[in-house]
Design a protein around this ligand. Structure first.
Ligand SMILES: Nc1ncnc2c1ncn2[C@@H]1O[C@H](COP(=O)(O)OP(=O)(O)O)[C@@H](O)[C@H]1O
Ligand SMILES: [Mg+2]
Length: 405
């Protein structure tokens, strides 16, 4: 089977999915805007052929390039797991007559208003919401939504340009900061805990299910640099507190007609137990969460995804063995990393529970913590018992310090 993979080497996780495709027996043709020499080794080794385009954003050019390519080599399937190019990928599939999400099926995964309208019509609980394109529109939407509310782009990512307003005065202060956003969603603020619901599907069946809990909620993580965010993949999905979320997740996939591939949904659980839909993407979670899922299961879910989309099934059983959590670290100070504090003590106590440790080396320039979730370093810890896994993750969050200067 010949699979055309859009952007096979960027973002970094794409290289692992490209490798997974090759490992499941596909012949993988890559198409991206990275120079071939800049592809990560895992992607380069897995590709049978690579086509570089000037920019993936030049849609018409990409469409023409792919049409030309399809005249030279049979293309059986087209995959794209990178959010900004999902619609382009759907357009390319339609042009080549390939199976998979169409443009019309992809848009509800990209446009958070369309997404919620479809779910509302099917009776799924979403936050009350109204779209707005103008300042007057935001005020009108706020009037209908009430406070506290959230203002966010209809196609945002990583909590960018997302704000909470508890009053008209706070909304007034936010408006200048979202002026550049063409269309926003004004939503009822849902107070509660925040989870993911991630799947790998084939033929409309859920083959792998995953739930992570975010500590704290992503918006808080985005506002305060001192926070070390934790994403904890939960071992026991049969926990009674998660059943509402699983049912919500299954309902959402059915309403949106998702059939094959990875999905990443977010949902909220209120103190009274009510579950509320957050958002969904027709792609894997980012921020190294697939690695976290791999450490929770001792599986290779990059390859499992590839098997699901190319063969319709996953060859090895995926068992949930651990609670596994990532902890992202942000250094104190600006400039280059000068040192760590607390690491030796934590490793002396917990080394056997540390599955991955990737901190920027001393001397490396700090990363922009607002732009990349991974920030200046990541630790993945795991333990069979959730309370213990959380305790270890929270110790790394609180007691491991990176310094820059
Ligand atoms: N209606 C809402 N109620 C409460 N919090 C929200 C709401 N909408 C968004 N948030 C907060 O903002 C974060 C980012 O919003 P989200 O819709 O997930 O967009 P994205 O992750 O694509 O930027 C969420 O994870 C959550 O913490
Ligand atoms: Mg989100």
């Amino acid at each position: 089977m010949n699979v055309l993979m859009i952007s096979p080497g960027y973002p970094a996780e794409m290289a692992s999915f490209t490798r997974g495709l090759a490992q499941s027996g596909a012949s993988v043709i890559g198409l991206g805007d990275q120079p071939a020499g800049a592809l990560p080794a895992a992607a380069r080794d897995a590709l049978a052929h690579y086509v570089q385009v000037g920019s993936l954003a030049s849609e018409d050019h990409v469409v023409a390039t792919v049409a030309e390519l399809a005249r030279q080599v049979r293309i059986d399937q087209l995959q794209c797991l990178w959010e900004p190019y999902m619609v382009l990928a759907a357009r390319l599939r339609e042009g080549l007559g390939l199976p998979g999400l169409t443009v019309a099926q992809t848009l509800p995964f990209r446009d958070k208003e369309q997404m919620k309208q479809l779910l509302d019509a099917a009776g799924v609980r979403t936050p009350r919401h109204h779209a707005a394109r103008t300042v007057a529109g935001v005020w009108a939407a706020a009037e209908q939504t009430g406070y506290p509310l959230i203002v966010k782009p209809v196609d945002g990512a990583g909590s960018a340009d997302t704000y909470r307003a508890d009053s008209a005065a706070e909304l007034d202060a936010i408006l200048p900061m979202v002026r550049h956003v063409p269309q926003v969603s004004v939503e009822e603020f849902i107070d509660g805990e925040e989870f993911t619901y991630d799947t790998i599907c084939a033929d409309g069946q859920v083959l792998v299910e995953n739930i992570c809990q975010y500590h704290p909620r992503p918006l808080a993580t985005k506002m305060h640099e001192w926070i070390s965010p934790i994403t904890m993949a939960l071992r026991d999905l049969d926990d009674p507190g998660l059943q509402g979320g699983r049912e919500l997740g299954a309902a959402v996939l059915a309403v949106l007609g998702f059939r094959d591939g990875f999905t990443h949904m977010e949902w909220y659980r209120k103190a009274d137990g009510e579950v509320v839909f957050g958002e969904i993407g027709a792609r894997p979670p980012g921020a190294r969460t697939v690695d976290v899922m791999n450490y929770a299961t001792d599986a290779d879910l990059f390859t499992a995804w590839a098997q699901a989309v190319t063969a319709g099934r996953i060859f090895a059983r995926v068992e949930r063995r651990y609670n596994a959590g990532s902890v992202f670290k942000r250094a104190r100070g600006a400039g280059r990393i000068t040192g760590y504090e607390g690491l030796d003590k934590l490793l002396a106590e917990y080394r056997e529970h540390v599955a991955a440790l990737e901190l920027l080396p001393v001397g490396a320039p700090r990363r922009d913590w607002r732009a990349t979730t991974v920030s200046d370093g990541m630790v993945i810890v795991r333990h069979r018992e959730l309370a213990k896994a959380m305790e270890i993750a929270q110790r790394f969050a609180a007691e491991l310090h990176l310094y820059a200067g």
